[in-house]
Design a protein around this ligand. Structure first.
Ligand code: FMN
Length: 174
């Protein structure tokens, strides 16, 4: 670091736990992220939810992580099936994202879109930008959420298309 560099130290505001939580939520709203629909199917049933908490872990072996709220309607099915498919959405999927990110009944969430199966049996959205079909390898405790470490067994890509990004509590296209 150059000797002339200045690092300003912000004085953190003293706040209650609720205020800190809201402050954190507001900060995270500024963290733009790709929108995905995470699906599962198997003995535990069919389920799916909208998710931005998806991140690459390593390519050796191809592994990603997904954070799943323990109170989510999809939680029992995902943890029972131990498989999931991460479908990264394009700009044309805003309505689909609202359906999977709200309180719509499971059957209705999957209606009106076309789905296929890759390796695991979890539904892959036919016109997703990418579908990453995964086996859940480990589940870690993240408090209100579980952190699912998932090995990617199959990948399907669709060329072209614009990404759907969630930023500032709104959908954007890039
Ligand atoms: C843009 C967006 C991103 C979301 N990201 C996540 C996520 O990463 N993990 C999660 O568990 N829920 C996430 N959710 C919430 C779930 O989609 C939501 O809990 C679920 O679909 C609706 O609740 P229910 O399935 O319990 O009825 C997100 C919702 C939206 C709209």
């Amino acid at each position: 670091m150059q000797a002339s560099a200045k690092i300003a130290t912000a004085t953190p505001s003293v706040s209650s736990q609720d205020e800190r939580k809201q402050e954190y939520r507001d900060a995270m709203a500024r963290l733009g992220a790709a929108v995905n629909i995470v699906t599962t199917d198997g003995p535990g049933g069919l389920a799916g939810f909208a998710a931005t908490a998806v991140c690459s872990v390593t390519d050796d072996p191809p592994t990603l992580l997904v954070c799943l709220n323990r109170t989510s309607s999809a939680y029992p099915a995902v943890t029972a099936n131990q498989v999931l498919c991460v479908n990264t959405l394009s700009h044309s999927h805003e309505d689909l994202s609202r359906r999977f990110g709200g309180k719509t009944p499971v059957k209705e969430r999957f209606e009106g879109a076309s789905w296929s199966v890759l390796e695991t049996g979890a539904p892959a959205l036919d016109d997703a930008l990418i579908s990453l079909d995964c086996k859940v390898r480990t589940i870690s405790d993240g408090g209100t959420h579980d952190i699912l470490i998932c090995e990617v067994l199959a990948i399907k890509e669709n060329e072209g298309g614009q990404a759907l990004i969630y930023f500032d509590r709104r959908y954007h296209t890039i």
